[in-house]
Write a protein that binds this ligand. Structure first.
Ligand code: TXA
Ligand code: MG
Length: 361
């Protein structure tokens, strides 16, 4: 049984976590499936509930620093390795000072208390300090570091509302704390900090690369694949964030594809009665064109005004979910024009969401 909890029931949620149970919590990025990070069985339950392969490591979430706390506090708690090269420790601390709490996850050398199950046996651990007040209250009330992968079944669309999390994990978790829709809407940016203090981007997300570079005053480099047995780069190579329906991507400039892709679309949609369009700005023109060329119903969903990446990120997963729930046989989604800032995260999520569908010819 999965119980819906409200914000005044944080103590109840904290007690479930202390007992090794599973609680979905809101964060500023997406809803997370939280469990006691140092509790072997609880961590195992997270992988089971999500049907997530054991070689895809989890992020450990920590409460806000109190007066005088910093990186050394996480080292003292056994979350981060004790002895760090000075260059590495400096960069880690600088990123914490500038971006925590907030949508930035740091991959750092792992402390001795972190179970193998959390890191999939890697010698690094992912750490994040969420900005959402309810996540912070839950971390504080439980007194525990909490693993919290996105609260979806593996490979599926991340939930940005409590209702979406319930659809994904009903009966598989003990409780869901409802904190309303997530503000950011895409997951945290994940960076790794090397021994030399070099920062590598493993996943674009809620914190734009440019803002990291402004603070560091050095370039952030592209991430190197992480090798885990037969699998490469957890979260970097698989199809992810995927709707159940086929999803094809088109350019932000309609004239680039409307003229050329009809034949392929018509062939794929033979016999279909409706499709879904997920695009930017006013959807009327796309609707007209699609209807005229394909002769079927078009369910239109807007990500907000073109160029408003914050609104687009905020709406992306809920919109994909709605399009997936419609009776359309296929979703056509329009990429944003911008490839930097939140645009990088949007392109990344849309590309992965479409990875299992053959692109339009
Ligand atoms: O915004 C977020 O980060 C959300 C909220 C709930 O906090 N959480 C989230 O977790 O997105 P998850 O598990 O869906 O994604 C974590 C990503 C995965 O791609 C995982 O492979 C990667 O972080 N990761 C975790 N530990 C790692 C490590 N030691 N080295 C490299 N990648 C790691
Ligand atoms: Mg995820």
């Amino acid at each position: 049984m999965t119980t819906m909890l409200t914000e005044d029931q944080i103590p109840q949620a904290a007690a479930i976590l202390q007992d090794g149970g599973l609680v979905v919590m809101p964060t500023e990025t997406v809803y997370g499936l939280a469990a006691h990070a140092l509790h072997q069985l609880a961590v195992t339950r997270v992988f089971q509930a999500k049907e997530r392969p054991a070689n895809d490591p989890l992020i450990v979430h920590v409460p806000p620093f109190q007066e005088g706390e910093d990186l050394s506090t996480l080292q003292a708690r056994g979350l981060v390795a004790d002895e760090l090269p000075i260059a590495q420790a400096k960069v880690i601390q600088r990123l914490m000072d500038a971006f925590w709490p907030g949508p930035l996850t740091l991959i750092v050398p792992r402390g001795s208390h972190v179970p193998d199950a959390v890191t999939s046996g890697l010698d690094t651990v992912a750490i994040r300090m969420p900005a959402h007040p309810l996540a912070q209250q839950l971390l504080q009330a439980s007194g525990l570091p909490l693993v919290a992968p996105s609260a979806n079944r593996f490979g599926r669309i991340s939930p940005t509302t409590a209702q979406a999390a319930l659809e994904e994990l009903d009966g598989r978790v003990d409780a869901i704390v409802d904190g309303g829709p997530c503000a950011v809407g895409v997951e945290s940016t994940v960076v790794q900090i090397t021994e030399e203090g070099v920062v590598r981007l493993l996943r674009p997300g809620g914190t734009p690369q440019q803002r990291l570079e402004d603070v560091l005053q050095t370039p952030v480099l592209p991430g190197r694949p992480v090798h885990l047995g037969a699998h490469i780069s957890p979260g970097l190579t698989e199809s992810h964030y995927a709707p159940r329906k086929p999803l094809v991507l088109v350019s932000h400039e309609p004239q680039h594809w409307f003229d050329t892709r009809w034949e392929d679309l018509r062939a794929r949609l033979e016999g279909a009665e409706s499709i879904a369009w997920v695009g930017w700005g006013d959807t009327a023109s796309a609707q007209n064109q699609l209807h005229r060329h394909l002769h079927m119903r078009v369910h239109c969903f807007s990500l907000g005004p073109a160029g408003d990446l914050e609104q687009g990120a905020h709406k992306l997963f809920a919109t994909l979910r709605a399009a997936d729930a419609s009776d359309a046989v296929m979703i056509i989604a329009q990429l944003p024009a911008e490839r930097t800032g939140l645009g990088a995260a949007l392109v990344d999520r849309l590309t992965r969401a479409s990875a299992d569908t053959t692109p339009l010819a």
